[in-house]
Write a protein that binds this ligand. Structure first.
Ligand SMILES: Nc1nc2c(ncn2[C@@H]2O[C@H](COP(=O)(O)OP(=O)(O)OP(=O)(O)O)[C@@H](O)[C@H]2O)c(=O)[nH]1
Length: 383
């Protein structure tokens, strides 16, 4: 087959090899079945026929071995076995000395041809012709030369039918081979379309993930957004109530963001929000979650954290922000106010997220006012 021919790709060769492999296995089974036929129907020459059959079985086994080792040339390998079988068939027919047995012999070959159908499906007409040629050319001469019967006996015993079939077989093979080629072409086209669909699917999946991410996250800080954060908080509250363990939240608000925006520029205001976002994410740790509620407000949910742990988390958060400010020489103030609430389902009655957030918000404002008063007092004293 020329390169680029749709039937020449290695996948279709493997397909041919599989079909041919099955065909050869059937041939072995067929050859073995007809051993009894030889024994009972050709009593004068069954030993010779058996020798021929075993030789053929050997050739078939060799074909199987070669097909396994080299599936890239499946038709060439099976052609070798087919020519040998045809020659055996010519000589075998000449050994038979009664017409009924000869009819059965011809019938056996027709059966073999039926078994060979799947292989013809993928054979080109040239292979088909090459495999039939020994029979077309040598059957009658060998029969006339060796058989005790007359040529008219052969014609009556299905010989004419067999010869006609053999002559039209290459044409059939051609038609089937074209169908096979079209099937392979369609399969390749389908594979192409499948690959394209997979690619588009992958793109859609990526887009879907991106959309999901955008729907659930805040773009400036990459933290979960308010909706996602409150859903998470609700779930954590439910779980805490169920397993009766504490949970804490930190309501974090950036101090004097407006002043930073106005004095240092909006970009620095954004930078401040990002610094605080990184801080709250760190405070939330692996078990908790920090989200941006909006503007300069953040919520940190700490599942399993009781009063002490949440106090530590809040102190650490403030300290880390100041350390970072010093370390990076940030010009604007990096101050936050935190409203902290701990809920212990063992000691307290049921609450909902809004109650807890409201309490935390109030505490945050109280702290903010206290810090403002402290700052104002400090400046008065300094003055
Ligand atoms: N740069 C920047 N500013 C924002 C963003 N979201 C909200 N702001 C600004 O943040 C400011 C928040 O103002 P306030 O709620 O009064 O708070 P504040 O200025 O931090 O003052 P206190 O909270 O009272 O200390 C407003 O000026 C908003 O315009 C943002 O994403 N980026």
């Amino acid at each position: 087959m020329p390169p680029g021919n749709p039937g020449s790709d290695s996948e279709s060769r493997r397909y041919c090899a599989r079909l041919n492999y099955t065909f050869v296995m059937f041939a072995i089974a067929g050859l073995s079945c007809f051993l009894l036929f030889d024994y009972f129907e050709v009593p004068n020459a069954w030993q010779l026929l058996w020798a021929g059959r075993f030789l053929l079985i050997g050739i078939c086994l060799l074909c199987v071995f070669l097909l396994r080792r080299n599936p890239q040339n499946p038709n060439g390998i099976v052609l070798f076995g087919a020519i040998a079988s045809n020659l055996f068939f010519c000589f075998g027919a000449a050994m038979i000395d009664n017409v009924i047995a000869l009819s059965l012999w011809n019938l056996s070959f027709a059966t073999c041809m039926l078994i060979a159908m799947p292989a013809w499906l993928v054979w080109g007409w040239r292979y088909q012709l090459a495999s039939s040629l020994p029979l077309i050319v040598f059957y009658i001469p060998i029969f006339t030369w060796l058989s005790p019967l007359q040529l008219t006996d052969l014609v009556g015993a299905g010989g004419a039918y067999l010869m006609t079939t053999l002559c039209i077989a290459p044409a059939l093979a051609h038609a089937r081979f074209s169908t096979f080629q079209r099937t392979v072409m369609l399969r390749l086209a389908l594979e192409g379309r499948n690959a394209e669909l997979n690619r588009v699917n992958q793109q859609l999946l990526t887009q879907q993930h991106e959309l999901e991410y955008r729907a659930n996250h805040d773009l400036l800080t990459s933290l979960p957004n308010r909706r996602f954060g409150l859903e998470f908080f609700e779930q954590v509250l439910l779980d805490s109530t169920r397993v009766r363990r504490c949970l804490s939240i930190l309501f974090v608000d950036v101090d004097r963001l407006k002043h930073v925006n106005d004095s240092f520029g909006h970009a620095e205001g954004d930078h401040l929000i990002q610094l605080v976002a990184e801080g709250v994410a760190q405070a939330a740790g692996d078990q908790g979650m920090a989200c941006r509620l909006g503007g300069d407000e953040f919520l940190v949910v700490l599942p399993g954290a009781c009063d002490m742990a949440s106090q530590q988390a809040a102190t650490q958060l403030m300290r880390r922000l100041q350390e970072r400010r010093l370390r990076e020489g940030i010009a604007f103030p990096v101050d936050i106010s935190i409203g902290r609430v701990t809920h212990d389902p063992v000691l307290q009655s049921d609450v909902d997220v809004d109650d807890l957030i409201q309490i935390a918000d109030d505490r945050m404002y109280r702290q903010k006012r206290a810090r403002r008063r402290a700052a104002a007092g400090l400046s008065d004293r300094q003055a």
